[in-house]
Design a protein around this ligand. Structure first.
Ligand code: NAD
Length: 251
């Protein structure tokens, strides 16, 4: 039930970080993984590394805010593989700034990538999944979709991730009868580039560790294991759920 042999999985923003760990995990479970990232050079490096580790992978340039490009990518991938079974909406950014100082650009870019990107890709791939009568979509949300992570000022990120949680549930109920499951994983603090920028801020880092009962950062592969569960038939009766993986932060 946890095997993905013969399946094709697209992971957005998977050139590095959590997305890369997800791609590695899905490939290890037998899927062909498509590394879809804004940074196509790094995506090619990641894809080659997965292939060297005996997985099946390919890389494609994709900006999750560019609906025309997404439509082209969907066509190209169906032409190449004839099927897409799994979509992991992982691409995301964060912009920390006090609410009263946040620029409209910082507000918009986070909402457009972290929330709009999930809708854009889910709609484009979801249409094909609906006509195939099967598919699993896993959105990478955050604990920030449920609680604030004081003292970090990130109003746009919190709003976007809360949106992802209800977008997940909305798609899940709309597409349940068509055989498409939609779930989310909400990580706590994970040691990636996104987090390590904040790690240089000792006040923030100390607060994260105090607030995390397990007292450590999560590892990307610990998020990837939860994604594999929700992408695989092991979770065949689960849809519209947000699975928190946070070392106890929100408990
Ligand atoms: P990261 O910055 O290490 O990697 C993000 C990847 O997304 C990069 O490869 C980047 O090129 C790509 N990307 C950025 N904008 C894109 C776009 N418009 N189109 C396509 N690709 C794009 O980040 P990460 O820590 O691995 O985060 C991955 C996801 O996990 C994000 O959705 C993030 O919000 C979420 N998350 C991370 C943490 C954490 O602690 N790191 C915690 C909770 C949730």
């Amino acid at each position: 039930d946890f095997r993905l042999d013969g399946k094709v999985a697209v992971v957005t923003g998977s050139a590095r970080g959590i997305g890369r760990a997800v791609a590695e995990r899905l490939a290890a479970a037998g899927a062909h993984v498509v590394i879809a990232d804004l940074d196509d050079a790094e995506a090619a490096v990641t894809s080659a590394a997965i292939e060297r580790a005996c997985g099946k992978a390919s890389a494609i340039a994709l900006d999750v805010t560019d609906r025309d490009e997404i439509a082209e990518v969907v066509e190209r991938l169906y032409a190449a593989h004839g099927r897409i079974d799994i979509l992991v909406n992982n691409a995301g950014i964060v912009r920390n700034a006090p609410a009263e100082e946040m620029s409209l650009d910082d507000w918009k870019s986070v909402i457009d990538i972290d929330l709009g990107g999930v809708f854009n890709c889910s709609q484009a791939f979801g249409r094909r999944m609906i006509s195939d009568g099967r598919g699993a979509i896993v959105n990478i949300s955050s604990i920030c979709g449920e609680v604030t992570v004081y003292p970090q000022p990130q109003v746009s990120y919190n709003a976007a991730k809360a949106g992802v949680n209800l977008l997940t549930k909305s798609l899940a109920v709309e597409w349940a009868k068509q055989g498409v499951r939609v779930n989310a994983v909400a990580p706590g603090y994970v040691g990636t580039e996104m987090t390590l920028k904040g790690r240089s801020n000792e006040e923030w880092f100390g607060t994260w560790m105090r607030m995390t009962p397990m007292g450590r950062l999560g590892e990307p592969r610990e998020i990837a294991n939860a994604v594999l569960f929700l992408a695989a038939d092991a979770s065949s009766y689960i849809t519209g759920t947000v699975l928190t993986v946070d070392g106890g932060y929100t408990a």
